[in-house]
Design a protein around this ligand. Sequence first.
Ligand code: ZN
Length: 253
Amino acid sequence: MIDRQPAVVRRVTEYELRQEMVRVGRLLWERGYVAATDGNLSARLGSDRLLVTPSGVSKGFLSEHELAVIGLEEGGQARGPALTGRACRPSSEILMHLEVYRQRPDVCAVVHAHPPAAIAFSIAGVSLARCVLPEVVITLGGIPTTEYATPGTPEVSESIRQALRSYDALVLAHHGSLTVGKTLWEAYLLLEKVEQTAQITLAAQQLGRVHTLPPEAVQKLAAKRAEMLQREGRNLCEGCSACILGDTPKSAP
Ligand SMILES: [Zn+2]
């Protein structure tokens, strides 16, 4: 687990945050990280509320006024204008977002998407947590896959709880990705890294074997990660270090 300081909520207006959510939603759709009405976004709005995407709407075509506001504690009732013919309802996966904010006071934004290659790896039962790309080891430590849980239910909160304490990017088995950050943009960029890791690993697998980095190289990268976390005022505990330096086979099928 990593020591985390409570987030300093950015000084942006509610309207600026709404604009950022619309832009990131558009990117999710344009890059193929969501299809139909998949995925959802949230961001802290002050200390006690969240701005969240509404249910049943394509993330590629959101508008600033249709985003919902919910209380961080109760996580229930949305405040927002009526959408065409129906009330503005927050995403059905809001429980997962609330779990993130409960566990991680340092997090200000959450991006949940359905990136195809990353999901395919979980369906095939192949982990993305192997140390294959140096920058992923440094910036993310690893990309663990959580146990399958029924989307939209409290099972998901339970399935992410432990991994979330140490990692900013998770693959939800058979379902999607969960990335967190200080801003929506930061959480979105981690999603790009997750899907790119899956695509590169897939290409390597098609070319032959996936060779993981040698333990000595991983150790150097882990030291760099520890330095980076220290600069940011976070500490890498024993548990994290063990994850990074864990048993990584020289090559995997
Ligand atoms: Zn989902």
